[in-house]
Design a protein around this ligand. Structure first.
Ligand code: UD1
Ligand code: PEP
Length: 419
């Protein structure tokens, strides 16, 4: 199994290209199940999760071509199998996003209950209740969701009791082919949802309220093909922003958009990091010291839970203390014991972690159990004295394209050891 070795102490300088967002690409790929014509996605990242979604769509009967040189994904054809099997779905939570499109288009689907990052229980009840509100019958049997709507879905009013990115995406896609008008209230507003909505509109969907927490969808008989540019990955950008900050460097994040970073950019500035929009991206630099800042994860435009681990690594070398509160997932502090093994001083009290900054971290062999936790250990390694060996990098490969090459290109001493 591959490992990443980081030797800390070098300030990062240069330009880092930001890829298309994993969390936008996955629902966009699922949207191909709604379409009669080919869906072409440009700016497609080359990630393990994209390969998993590709395999899932292919086993449903779609043709998927990933031209990695051109960075395009082309999906065409219609589903011939309506079952999403456990072996693929368990690898990635976003697999459940095939459910809404399959039921909306074909009147039934059988989808395994999903896996994904081990960061909490992660139920899918909101996805299922929403489909029921649109007239589907749902039965859970032997680890599978069996959904039926033989007469097709009907438009309905769905009020989300908590903000859910995945449920908003699943039901938004389903509503595009439902009979009548659907209203999604308290919908998630993450930039990836806006990206999905824009692509669906290009495919012929009728959606109002894009970018707000109230989406109104007038169902259409069918959707067609489209060509769509995937939005840049705000979490990849935020991660490299933390890399620049933790090493006291200065990098230009090519293609990154300040408005998509939401509270992350504001919080970095509060901590003493310069974040400036330039013509072709965002410049992130740290000239002086870092200071501790409190953060609380929230749905967009609040501080993203997918940036919590990376920000905690940064705070572990800041002056003073910071309190990091995780409100989205109940078990997303798996990086804390590993950061502490590198000399960080972090105590967890329920949903909050108190981080007391230390002057230096020290390299160590570490291991993470989820994607963002893994990358937080690389960030810590960039600032640590000595070698940090990050094991189990398959988590990283789910969501970061060649992270070690991108970091090495701006001066980090980092390499992948294969095998
Ligand atoms: C592939 C993808 O885009 N993943 C992102 C997506 O995950 P995902 O779509 O799984 O996250 P959700 O926004 O749905 O989860 C938010 C909260 O709602 C709860 N919930 C969710 C659905 C449900 O049916 N019932 C329920 O109770 C969850 O347990 C969690 O506490 O948004 C998360 C929150 O920004 C991110 O961390 C993930 O990176
Ligand atoms: C938690 C994440 O992904 P997933 O929802 O696929 O587990 C993530 O991207 O940080």
């Amino acid at each position: 199994m591959d490992r990443i070795v980081v030797r800390g102490g070098r300030p990062l300088e240069g330009r880092i290209p930001i890829g298309g967002a994993k969390n936008a690409a996955l629902p966009l790929m699922a949207a191909a199940l709604l379409s009669d014509g080919p869906l072409v996605l440009r700016n497609a990242p080359d990630l393990a999760d994209i390969a998993t979604m590709r395999a899932l769509l292919e086993q449903h009967g779609l043709e998927v071509v990933h031209d990695k040189a051109a960075r395009t994904l082309t999906m065409s054809g219609n589903a011939t199998s309506l079952e999403a099997p456990y072996d693929l779905v368990r690898k990635m939570r976003a697999s459940v996003l095939v459910l809404g499109p399959l039921v909306a288009r074909h009147g039934r689907a059988r989808v395994s209950l999903p896996g994904g990052c081990a960061i909490g229980t992660r139920p899918v009840d909101l996805h299922l209740k929403g489909l029921e509100a649109m007239g589907a019958t749902i039965v859970l049997e032997a680890g599978y969701i069996e959904a039926q709507a033989p007469q097709g879905l009907k438009g309905g009013r769905i009020l989300f009791p908590v903000v859910s990115v995945g449920a908003t995406e699943n039901l938004l896609m389903a509503a595009c082919l439902a009979d009548g008008v659907s209203e999604l209230v308290n919908a998630a507003r993450e930039p990836e949802i806006e990206d999905l909505a824009r692509c669906l509109i290009a495919m012929g969907a009728k959606i109002e309220g894009v970018g707000t927490d109230r989406l109104t969808v007038t169902g259409q008989a069918c959707l067609g093909g489209a060509t769509h540019d995937i939005v840049p990955d705000r979490i990849e950008a935020g991660t490299f922003a933390c890399a620049a900050a933790i090493t006291g460097g200065s990098v230009l994040l090519e293609g990154a958009r300040a408005e998509h970073l939401g509270a992350v950019a504001r919080t970095l500035r509060e901590a003493g990091v310069l974040v400036e929009a330039e013509a072709d991206g965002l410049r992130v630099s740290r000239l002086n010291g870092l200071h501790g800042v409190d953060v609380m994860t929230e749905p967009f435009p609040g501080f993203a839970t997918d940036m919590q681990a990376q920000f905690m690594a940064l705070m572990s070398v800041a002056e003073g203390a910071s309190m990091v509160t995780e409100t989205i997932f109940e078990n997303r502090f798996m990086h804390v014991p590993e950061l502490n093994r590198m000399g960080a001083r972090i105590n967890v009290h329920g949903a909050s972690a108190i981080v007391r900054g230390v002057p230096k971290l020290s390299g160590a062999p570490v291991m993470a159990t989820d994607l963002r936790a893994s990358v937080s250990l690389i960030l810590a390694g960039l600032a640590a004295e000595g070698d940090t060996i990050v094991n189990r990098v398959y988590h990283l490969d789910r969501g970061y394209e060649r992270v070690e090459l991108k970091l090495a290109a701006v001066g980090a001493d980092i390499e992948r050891i294969t095998g």
